[in-house]
Design a protein around this ligand. Structure first.
Ligand SMILES: [Mg+2]
Length: 228
């Protein structure tokens, strides 16, 4: 099992501003879970003459110039991702059913959004976009693997703690830092999800908010039975 990742100081200071609560918690990622990312990113890359080499869930080492079979350098990928976010963070489309699902879950659980957002000026744009879609929950910005942040957010709360994220790295990090967390790997893009083989610690692989909501409500019901 990988080493747990510590929470970054700038993430922890945001977590400390969230009022203490003993309610169960859904920690929910934004990109590819609440807002589409792969779809607009693929279109953005295509305009630059760049393509995904394989339908696998990774950027570095997997982006090439069209017609070439050599991945572009990691720092070039990083630069494109930053430019993409600066240009598109205002206009990402909401994943179908996400606002309704979160509203339903929020009746019995706290919802906290935990997003790794490149660029410095993008947080306000993202908050404005989410609020316009009726998604209004505390948002914490992080960088790097999310395990330490999720463990810190879980302090003092009843089970279950549910983590929803598309990233295999973040899922493994949360599994290492908080093994009791229920892990939902949500990948909105059909072709990337279909090509993905989830790790053994993943409790549900989904791209459907109705399925995800039903799964979390079943976990809530089981936790209530376990407490009785
Ligand atoms: Mg994501």
């Amino acid at each position: 099992m990988p080493e747990p990742h510590p929470v970054l100081p700038e993430t922890l200071s945001q977590i400390r501003q969230i009022p203490a609560s003993d309610r169960p918690l859904v920690v929910c990622d934004v990109d590819e879970v609440i807002l589409h990312l792969i779809r607009p990113m693929e279109a953005y890359f295509a305009d630059l003459g760049l393509v995904f080499m394989q339908r696998v869930y990774k950027l570095t080492g997997n982006i090439a110039r069209r017609g070439e079979n050599v991945p572009i350098a990691a720092d070039e990928v990083r630069r494109h991702i930053h430019t993409f976010f600066d240009a598109f963070v205002h206009a990402q489309e909401v994943v179908q059913g996400a606002p309704q699902a979160l509203r339903q879950l929020a009746r019995n659980m706290d919802i906290i959004l935990l997003t790794n957002l490149p660029g410095t000026h993008n947080r306000a744009a993202r908050e404005t976009l989410l609020k316009s879609a009726d998604i209004d929950y505390p948002m914490i910005t992080n960088s790097g693997p999310k395990g330490g942040a999720v463990a810190a957010l879980s302090a003092g709360r009843q089970s279950p703690i549910v983590f929803i994220d598309d990233s295999t790295v973040n899922q493994a990090s949360v599994h290492a830092s908080l093994p009791t967390a229920k892990l939902i790997q949500f990948i909105a893009d059909d072709s990337f999800r279909t090509a993905h083989l989830p790790a053994d610690h993943i409790d549900l692989l989904s791209g459907d908010w109705a399925e995800t909501t039903a799964f979390i409500e079943a976990i809530m019901a089981q936790s209530a039975r376990d407490r009785d």
